[in-house]
Design a binder for this molecule. Structure first.
Ligand code: SAM
Ligand code: SF4
Length: 325
């Protein structure tokens, strides 16, 4: 079992397979980064899998593939199959912008993927295009339909932004409800890579928009998930809110992150990371396991996003497209 320096059990590994992306979301990667990680520095699926096996053998039973946009990595279904064949009971999920799902969903399902989180910030083509800086909506909606059609469990993620998509919170909730998917509203997390003019909505403001239409009741947190659940009294529909500015979920944080070039990241907010690359490249399982133990020992107690208006030190320098969110 993996226990961190604050006594928390860690059983969840998020694996970013690429930092590249076919969108340029204003809150994540508004411009193409000055330099990408050179392709030769990316770990191969075999190298990533070697570490995943170490983590699974030590107690990780939940894995999420993310990015950048994970579907840009060629043959991703082969990677999904490697993990699923090793342990078909692992809770194997992926987060994607959905653009490439119309072609990929069936292959992912056949390879053993169980769940998908798809990012959907707007149902208006012009607003979706403004956020992603590309005409994306029709592909994403087709991707959602395809994922549901092949039998994947789908949740939606929406990041509400003031003056951009804050009038669509109820519309997205109702769209998700109508299709039988859960939606999770994620507070915008300030970071140095985003468009600095953006203003996110606090959890309270998101809930206030929903309360204008519905009566809602708080249900509580789902295990160690950062998502706090609510129920709409009128329909019994449940949705989630992820509000990292409160950091009350940090006390049960169960996750670590692995980047595409092999950095193990103990917390989304902080810059600290240790590399397992040289160990997996040599097949040194013991070395990789020691790095994992060190990262767990050093895992911070909580993030530093503040509930107040952010000042300089509350803005994380971590790039979401590197860590996978
Ligand atoms: N490209 C995929 C996607 O967009 O779903 C996976 C990677 S993306 C970094 C993972 C999640 O992080 C997405 O749901 C995205 O909306 C969220 N995200 C990115 N930047 C964020 C920010 N600054 N604040 C809150 N959520 C963010
Ligand atoms: Fe790409 Fe996802 Fe970041 Fe948008 S949030 S730029 S889709 S990695």
């Amino acid at each position: 079992m993996l226990i961190d320096g604050h006594g928390r059990r860690v059983n969840y590994l998020r694996v970013s397979v690429t930092e590249r992306c076919n969108f340029r979301c204003q809150y994540c990667m508004p411009e193409k980064p000055f330099s990408w990680v050179p392709k030769e520095n990316l770990l191969s699926f075999e190298e990533l899998f070697m570490f995943i096996k170490v983590a699974m053998d030590e107690g990780v039973d939940k894995i999420r593939i993310t990015g950048g946009e994970p579907l840009l990595r060629e043959d991703l279904d082969r990677f999904v199959k490697m993990i699923n064949d090793h342990n078909p009971n692992v809770d194997l999920a992926m987060t994607t912008n959905g653009f490439l799902l119309p072609e990929a969903a069936q292959r992912l399902k056949d390879a053993g993927l169980k769940r998908l989180n798809i990012s959907l910030d707007s149902l208006k083509p012009d607003v979706a295009a403004k956020i992603a800086q590309k005409d994306v909506l029709s592909h994403v909606l087709k991707g959602i339909d395809k994922a549901l059609e092949v039998g994947l469990k789908v949740k939606l993620n929406m990041v509400p932004l003031k003056g951009i998509n804050d009038d669509e919170i109820v519309d997205i909730l109702e769209y998700a409800q109508q299709k039988g998917m859960k939606v999770r509203f994620i507070e915008y997390m300030e970071n140095r890579h985003a468009d600095q003019s953006l203003r996110g909505m606090h959890g309270k403001e998101i809930l206030a928009k929903i309360k204008e239409r519905y009566t809602i009741r708080a249900l509580g947190r789902e295990g160690a998930s950062p998502s706090f659940n609510y129920i709409i009294e009128e329909s019994g529909y449940e949705f989630g809110l992820i509000d990292p500015h409160k950091h009350d979920f940090c006390e049960s944080c169960n996750r670590i992150r692995l980047t595409a070039e092999g950095f193990l990241i103990p917390c989304l907010y902080f810059d600290e990371a240790m590399s397992i690359a040289k160990h997996v490249k040599k097949g040194d399982i013991e070395g990789a396991s020691q790095v994992l133990a060190q990262v767990l020992k050093d895992k911070p107690k909580e993030n530093r996003w503040s509930e107040e208006d952010p000042n300089e030190e509350d803005i994380s320098s971590r790039a979401f497209y590197e860590t996978g969110g």
